[in-house]
Design a binder for this molecule. Structure first.
Ligand SMILES: Nc1ncnc2c1ncn2[C@@H]1O[C@H](COP(=O)(O)OP(=O)(O)OP(=O)(O)O)[C@@H](O)[C@H]1O
Length: 319
């Protein structure tokens, strides 16, 4: 449903995102996880056609964001970090206003406003001025406007930033309930948000993607399963991979990249198994060269520590 390939965005000399690629399948809910300044908002603005990439391509539902922005916009609902709500409007009036902008025919508009107000639990405040709403209600009005035209894809930028714990819980439940019907990308700098809300995660830091995985794989890795990064040359990739898969205690082998005949793999092991020595022996005994062998479970954890450590109070409120 979403396909991003080699996407780069420069602001003058500053590179905000650098050659990132990822895909999101229909119906998935994907966490776009990274610290402040990682490039999340930039990527979302490109996907929603707010600005063009410097290089690379992005497709939404098969449409190129540069070549067919109108088609993309029809299929996307966007909740920016600060929802574009008009404080002087009543909730119902505002939702009808957005609905008209999105091209919903007048005959269907009232029904659609009712549906999204109900869906996003703002029906009880529909006659209230937006200025009088709590931040939690305002965020749900932001979600209601994002889904008013029933888009295939929802892009949510830090949807729980600034909410209290109860509001966070309610907003996450609402987002989860929207998955399935809509394909969702949600940006956040909070790991538990991804664990509680998403199926998949794309981790971005300093404009580059450092991991993409299912949340289940990621959390099981963090619970102590070890992964080993291995670089091997002097053999054929499928043969090397097969040999690594045969090592006792190995649960999965993921091919990473290839550079000048050097193949990189990530070898995952069963809990409590240290497969490093066996992996090294298998490579050397097969007559291949082993140019790297290092544990990556810790470094992944380090990525998270780095992510949470760079979070500073107040930074999420900028813009
Ligand atoms: N309009 C702009 N002009 C120049 N630099 C920008 C602009 N917008 C973003 N940047 C820079 O690009 C980088 C990525 O920013 P971006 O807002 O995409 O990150 P983010 O992951 O969304 O962070 P945050 O959660 O703080 O919004 C940062 O270094 C930021 O300072």
């Amino acid at each position: 449903m979403i396909k991003v390939e080699g996407l780069t965005k420069r602001y003058g000399r500053n590179v905000a995102v650098q050659g990132i690629s990822f895909e999101v399948e229909k119906g998935q809910i994907v966490g776009f996880l990274g610290p402040n300044g990682a490039g999340k908002t930039t990527t979302m603005r490109i996907l929603t056609c707010f600005m063009p990439p410097t290089q690379g391509t992005a497709h939404v539902a098969g449409f190129d964001v540069l070549e067919e922005p109108m088609q993309v916009k029809k299929r996307i609902g966007y909740l920016p970090e600060n929802p574009p709500v008009y404080p002087e409007m009543e909730v119902e009036e505002y939702l009808a206003f957005v609905g008209r902008l999105k091209g919903i025919p007048s005959a269907e508009l009232a029904k659609r406003v009712d549906e999204v107000a109900e869906r996003c639990a703002v029906a009880d405040v529909r006659k209230k001025l937006i200025a009088k709403l709590s931040k939690g209600y305002r965020q749900r009005v932001g979600l209601a406007q994002a889904i008013i035209h029933n888009p295939d894809v929802l892009i949510l930028d830090e949807p729980t930033a600034g909410l209290d714990p109860k509001q966070i819980h309610e907003t996450r439940d609402l987002i989860r309930s929207l998955a399935g019907e809509h394909t969702i990308i949600l940006s956040t700098h909070i790991l538990p948000e991804v664990e509680q809300t998403c199926d998949h995660v794309v981790i971005i830091t300093k404009g580059r993607i450092v991991a993409t995985d299912s949340v289940q794989n990621l959390t099981s890795r963090l619970r102590g399963q070890e992964a080993v990064a291995v670089q091997v040359s002097g053999g054929e990739e499928p043969v090397i991979r097969q040999r690594l898969e045969q090592v006792a205690g190995v649960s999965r082998v993921v091919a990473r990249d290839t550079h000048n005949g050097v193949y990189s793999f990530e070898v995952e092991s069963l809990p409590g198994k240290n497969v490093r020595a066996e992996v090294a022996r298998a490579v050397v005994e097969s007559g291949w060269n082993l140019s790297e062998l290092r544990a990556v479970a810790l470094s992944l954890e380090d990525v998270f520590l780095e992510l949470t450590a760079t979070e500073k109070p107040g930074e999420g409120d900028k813009q």
